[in-house]
Ligand binder design. Structure first.
Ligand code: SF4
Ligand code: SF4
Length: 479
């Protein structure tokens, strides 16, 4: 009998190619997993060596099922490399418009990175929005895509409902003019009147509602400016959205004081809201999130353990639960808009010295912070009324932002991972930290969650082999 490979103990996948092709292996006692982004195979550990030898034999189907699967793995890896290169290098022609309307918020959440004010000090002007929407709509028409508009960011978008209604009217007209179907997503803190919640449910296609868990948790983190909690409003808005049949996702921020309560939080969210999806995010650093919100790498393992428990609970309710830093079904990297074809407008300043601009980074909530960070990539030209993208800046920023720490270059997760973004960024003046070199909290959590998901899927595949349902190496797409 051929000798089997020793089970590995690293808790992750190892690259098996010297040519940089993203094919990885993870050895278990009975079987070995082979993975390239989007495709997972399990092979009897006694056959692992011959399977590996088959991987580069493209088109060789003469011998067995295994050779075909090995060839598929190789071809798939080649396609992933080409697709990722296309994403990196394709011209910046945004197909999604993201709007940070103003910097006013009714809440003063303890960890908010945007740090908005109680009163409006800046707002996006309609002229800039129209010019940007025309540009994006034109791209969407050429690419045969829907016109995605996202209301998000710095302040609470529903605060000025009149302005929002006016904006949707204008966007509807632009969609008609450019013959594209609009899709409106709005992210909200849920604090609004019943009338506004009903209006919202009837006028956007999808809502992202922020809720951090049961009142005791939510009200400690997401407070009004006077310190009182906001859970009553969030629950009411969620109920109205459900009654109105408007799909919504819940966004949960997990902090260093709530990571061990993820199961309880998710049970509550499923029971209370029945959302379409739940997105869990470890709190971002920056803005109001000071030292109390720093993650320590010693929390990686327990965080992931509790996340997996929470995901099992969500699954029992039929609700998908994810962590957006790692999405194995998609090719993606850090959240930079330049690689995602997103045009993100942020408001200018109150004195009118700066108009709204487009930023390359979602973490800059206004024109001033975008300028200070050096990520402004476009603005409306008042002379011709058109929104103009600065190609030179796009090129410069792409060059800088494409940099990844060396540990990512051989990581099995590199095509699905936001890396250290937004806590650490290639634009940071102080260069790579020791944490980056070794992989900090975010990196390790993202890696462990994907390993757990692939292990689970592999165990299912292997049980199908064991039951005799299929023979030989067995594979599946990861989607
Ligand atoms: S923090 Fe840096 S890496 Fe993340 S979105 Fe902003 S510019 Fe991109
Ligand atoms: S940040 Fe970590 S998990 Fe993500 S690609 Fe880099 S090494 Fe892998």
């Amino acid at each position: 009998m051929p000798q089997s490979l020793e089970p590995d103990t690293t808790g992750t996948f190892e690259p098996i190619r010297h040519d940089g092709l993203p094919i990885y292996r993870r050895r278990r006692a009975e079987y070995t997993l082979y993975y390239t982004p989007g495709l997972l195979c399990v092979v009897d550990s006694h056959e692992a060596r011959s399977f590996e030898a088959s991987i580069a034999l493209t088109g060789n189907t003469e011998n067995s099922y295994g050779l075909t699967l090995g060839s598929q793995l190789w071809q798939w890896a080649q396609e992933v490399v080409a697709l990722a290169a296309d994403r990196r290098e394709e011209p910046f022609q945004p197909e999604c418009l993201t709007l940070y309307l103003h910097n006013r918020c009714t809440l003063r959440c303890s960890y908010c990175f945007a740090n908005p004010h109680l009163t409006v000090t800046s707002g996006l002007d309609l002229e800039t929005i129209v010019a940007a929407a025309q540009l994006v709509a034109q791209n969407c028409r050429e690419k045969d895509l829907r016109l995605y508009v996202v209301f998000h960011g710095g302040g609470e978008p529903t605060l000025d409902r009149r302005a929002l209604e006016q904006m949707l009217d204008v966007l509807d007209q632009i969609a008609v003019e450019y013959q594209v179907q609009p899709f409106y997503y709005l992210a909200t803190n849920g604090v609004m009147s019943e009338e506004t919640a009903i209006w919202l449910a009837r006028n956007v296609h999808l809502v992202g509602l922020s809720c951090d868990g049961p009142a005791e948790i939510h009200d400690a983190q997401r407070t009004f400016w006077n310190g009182s909690g906001s859970s009553f409003f969030v629950e009411r808005t969620g109920r109205i959205l459900r009654e109105e049949g408007c799909p919504f996702h819940l966004r949960v921020t997990i902090t260093p004081t709530t990571w061990h309560r993820q199961a309880e939080i998710v049970e509550y969210l499923c029971h209370q809201f029945s959302p379409e999806e739940i997105h869990v995010e470890p709190v971002y650093q920056g803005g109001r999130a000071g030292a109390d919100f720093r993650w320590d790498v010693s929390l990686v393992e327990p965080f992931v353990g509790h996340f997996l428990q929470a995901r099992a609970i969500a699954r029992s309710h039929g609700v998908p639960l994810s962590c957006s830093g790692s999405r194995p079904a998609a090719i993606h990297g850090p959240y930079c808009h330049l690689f995602r074809q997103v045009l993100n407008l942020v408001p200018g300043d109150p004195q009118g010295q700066m108009t709204g601009v487009a930023t390359a980074c979602f973490k800059t909530p206004d024109a001033r912070s975008a300028r200070e960070r050096g990520v402004v990539i476009g603005a409306r030209n008042p002379r011709n009324g058109r929104f103009e993208i600065d190609g030179g800046e796009v090129h410069r920023l792409r060059q800088k932002l494409a940099a990844r720490p060396s540990r990512c270059l051989t990581c099995f997760n590199r095509y699905h991972c936001a890396g250290d973004c937004p806590d650490r960024c290639p634009l940071d003046p102080d260069g790579p930290s020791a944490e980056e070199q070794g992989g900090g909290f975010r990196c390790q959590v993202q890696q462990a969650i994907v390993v757990a998901a692939l292990d689970e899927r592999a165990a299912q595949l292997w049980s199908e082999v064991q039951s005799g349902k299929v023979q030989g190496p067995h594979g599946t797409r990861i989607s």
